[in-house]
Design a protein around this ligand. Structure first.
Ligand SMILES: Nc1ncnc2c1ncn2[C@@H]1O[C@H](COP(=O)(O)OP(=O)(O)OP(=O)(O)O)[C@@H](O)[C@H]1O
Ligand SMILES: [Mg+2]
Length: 325
């Protein structure tokens, strides 16, 4: 499905990335990951799948056994390209004695951002992340969520073209998560590319344009979120009445009976109406009708063989009313 991307506007094009750690753990088994410029991309996978390993290789924090391809049009590790990337590492640890504003200044200075740009950007980003009032407080006084907000501000200090966020909503409360989602959409609207690692399915479902799902160091699914989630749409019609004589005619419309409901494996309204006509003619009452899309959780469970991330939230897609699917 990488064919969906325009090859002229690819921000990340990693090929055949492989990494086995010194302890023998094969974290990445030769994977390809492409991210279109200007999209919000989600790298998804269960704990230990290799998401952080991939990002660390991209940021040259660790060395791959094999990697080819480009990031922002340059080979992996190219200094010029790295200057245009903002990075929020997983479970980051900042020096506790720094104040919020100092921390932004310190990290941006390390990244080669000029003093005048640092002065201009730090207060704006603190404001944007809702941290302005904490600018002059030592970060050892910060809550987990505040540290995460500061980490995201830090990743934006170099005005990056590509923003790589490893579990950006870790430790954030629901409002904080919503704030981050809106921020990511703003960043995309500004023409930047956002690369998120996350195991929070509900979150990715709300914000990502494309996802790649990895499991045990291999790509198991990839594509635009809406096409993955629309892969097998269906209508569920909950009914009351005698269905005993309807199995065959329903079968002709490819619909099946599941206890108190009819599942129509299509969102084609003509087919759904034919099923309704059949039911009404037989005197069956219709209790509810629900179009159902596959949730990201369904896709994930199917792709990874039932290995659901431990901290996943329940999916936000509507469920069929009144019983198991
Ligand atoms: N420095 C290391 N030394 C040895 N093994 C490691 C190291 N870092 C990661 N691993 C192993 O590599 C595999 C992939 O780890 P990685 O951190 O990339 O996964 P992840 O997808 O980011 O998981 P999570 O969702 O928990 O963050 C795991 O089995 C992990 O135990
Ligand atoms: Mg990780």
């Amino acid at each position: 499905m990488t064919g969906e991307l325009n090859p002229n506007s690819v921000a990340v094009d990693l090929k055949d990335v492989a990494k086995t750690y010194a302890n023998g753990v094969k974290a990445l088994d030769g994977i390809d990951v492409r991210v279109g410029a200007g999209e919000i991309f989600g790298l998804l996978g269960p704990n230990g799948a290799g998401k952080s390993t991939l990002v660390k290789i991209m940021m040259t924090v660790i060395r791959a056994d094999r990697v080819s391809g480009t990031v922002l049009g340059r080979p992996v590790g190219n200094r010029e390209a790295k200057r245009r990337i903002g990075y929020l590492p997983e479970a980051h640890r900042f020096p506790a004695y720094l104040k919020g504003r100092q921390l932004l200044d310190y990290y941006a200075a390390l990244a080669g951002v000029s003093r005048s740009e640092r002065r201009e950007r730090a207060p704006k980003l603190l404001e944007r992340l809702g941290m302005a009032q904490w600018a002059n407080t030592r970060i050892d006084k910060y809550s987990k969520g505040m540290l995460q907000r500061l980490g995201i501000a830090q990743a934006l200090m170099n005005d990056p073209q590509l923003i790589v966020l490893d579990e950006p909503t870790d430790g954030l409360d629901p409002m904080g998560r919503r704030d981050v989602r809106l921020l990511l959409q703003e960043l995309r609207d500004e023409g930047r590319t956002v690369f998120i690692n996350s195991h929070l399915l509900g979150e990715l479902e709300l914000v990502c344009d494309r996802v790649v799902i990895i499991s045990a160091g291999r790509v198991v699914r990839e594509g635009r979120l809406e096409s993955l989630m629309n892969a097998s749409p269906e209508y569920a019609i909950v009914v009351r009445g005698d269905l005993s004589k309807l199995a065959e005619p329903l079968n002709r419309l490819h619909a099946t009976i599941q206890v108190d409901r009819i599942i129509v494996p299509s969102l084609d309204i003509d087919v759904v109406n034919q099923v309704v006509d059949l039911l009404r003619t037989a005197g069956v009452a219709i209790v509810s009708m629900t179009p159902r899309k596959v949730s990201l959780e369904d896709v994930f469970v199917e792709a990874t063989g039932g290995h659901l991330p431990q901290t996943a939230k329940p999916p936000l897609t509507a469920r069929v009313v009144g019983g198991p699917r």
